[in-house]
Design a binder for this molecule. Structure first.
Ligand code: PLP
Length: 390
């Protein structure tokens, strides 16, 4: 059997039609397959590789930490300097009292931790989330996910979860003194890039404050410069009580986090003690890699060019087959007629050396979410290939 056959036989599959090309190296904005073919990467590991592939500073940080130590003890017992330094750096770049970081292994686990913290802090059980929202795939995160097709097969899910449309008055009206938290993507990603209308997020912030409800922003996809600011919520002038981080947080290593105030986070230390625990959360190699990646992002001011690059995409993405383009920074949804057209176009793009993807709840849209290091020339190449495939 060749490697592709072994992959399909021995590695658990998630769909009947995986992309299935075998990558042997990745560098900058390119992936290279086993046959020597080069692909311009327009999704960056789904918003993970915000500084491109194979950054030397990230690789050096990983190598140094591998030499120092790997796993030494479960999370929260020993002082591990990669964790301490990264948590301090995050606190420096997060506003308000978002200063205390709980490191997890994935975005879904960050969601789980935040939901537990909200229940523990408020003593309430109800949770409000949005239709077409995505917060991860573990049972708790699945319960707040906003799509019945993906939820239904796994029922019964967590009780006390109520879904409303993003941007709706119904959601604002539903928040009350029984609500532990509202969990929401600052900009909806898997819905096909949907932004909050006018003052909707501000109204939500006020409603949460008035009712003692915690506001949880999922910045797992919109964080780390993706939307043109370090955090998506900076566009709207409000601060959540808990923020979820993931994807680019680990600089290519697996990692998530939820960040809240020191006082809120202290609740996990008593009643019960060890209120949230993990063996591998905050793994030192992941922290070292993530911190190096964030420093690369900041030191090279990569976020400064995001708006200009977004504008270039929007100028070039014009074609009779494109029904609409929705974007926030370098999170771009290109709407076509149908999911079938998306899947044919993605395959044609792949054949021509352009790697891209679709959205879970907007299957009629092509996803462009390249590394923030993509050059104007690469943007032009990507758009030329896409248009030639439509
Ligand atoms: N939240 C958002 C907005 C996401 O996009 C994702 C992953 O795509 C998650 C949560 C879950 O993260 P993970 O896949 O690391 O569990």
């Amino acid at each position: 059997m060749n490697n592709r056959q072994l992959f399909q036989q021995y590695v658990a599959q998630t769909s009947p039609a995986p992309v299935g090309i075998e990558i042997i190296s990745a560098s900058g904005n390119y992936l290279y397959d086993v046959n020597g073919k080069k692909y311009l990467d327009l999704i960056g590991g789904i918003s993970v590789c915000n500084i491109g592939h194979g950054n030397p500073e990230v690789k050096d940080a990983i190598k140094k930490q591998v030499d120092d130590y790997l796993h030494i003890m479960v999370y929260g017992e020993l002082v591990q300097s990669p964790q301490v330094k990264y948590a301090e750096l995050l606190a420096k770049h997060l506003p308000g009292n978002l200063s205390c970081t709980y490191f997890t292994n994935s975005g879904a686990e960050a969601t789980e931790g935040a939901l537990k913290l909200a229940r523990r802090a408020t003593g309430r059980t109800d949770i409000i989330s949005c239709n077409k929202s995505y917060h991860g795939n573990t049972l708790g995160a699945l319960s707040v996910m906003g799509d019945e097709y993906w939820r239904n097969a796994f029922r019964p899910l967590m009780p006390g979860v109520w879904h409303y449309d993003y941007n709706s008055n119904a959601l604002l009206n539903a928040v009350n003194e029984q609500t532990a938290c509202v969990i929401i993507e600052t900009i909806q990603g898997e819905a096909g890039v949907v932004e909050p209308h006018d003052s909707w997020l501000q109204q939500l912030r006020k409603k949460c404050t008035d009712t003692g409800t915690l506001l949880v922003f999922d910045e797992i996809q919109s964080g780390f410069g993706r939307t043109g600011k370090l955090w998506g919520f900076e566009h709207y002038g409000i601060i959540p009580d808990i923020v979820l981080l993931g994807k680019a947080l680990g600089g290519g290593m697996p990692m998530g986090a939820f960040v809240a105030s020191y006082d809120l986070m202290q609740l996990f230390t008593h009643s019960p003690v060890l209120g949230h625990i993990t063996t591998f959360g905050g793994h030192p190699v992941c922290c070292a890699a993530g911190m190096a990646a964030l420093n690369v992002l900041l030191d090279n001011k990569l976020i400064n060019d995001v708006a200009e690059k977004e504008k270039q995409f929007l100028t070039l993405l014009k074609h009779p087959a494109i029904k609409a383009v929705r974007s926030k920074g370098l999170l771009i949804a290109i709407e076509l007629d149908s999911p079938a057209q998306v899947s044919i176009t993605l395959q044609r793009c792949l054949d021509k050396g352009l790697f891209s993807d679709w959205f879970l709840f907007a299957p009629n849209c092509i996803r462009f979410a390249p590394s923030l290091t993509i050059s104007p020339k690469e943007i032009k190449t990507a758009c030329d290939i896409l248009l030639s495939c439509l």
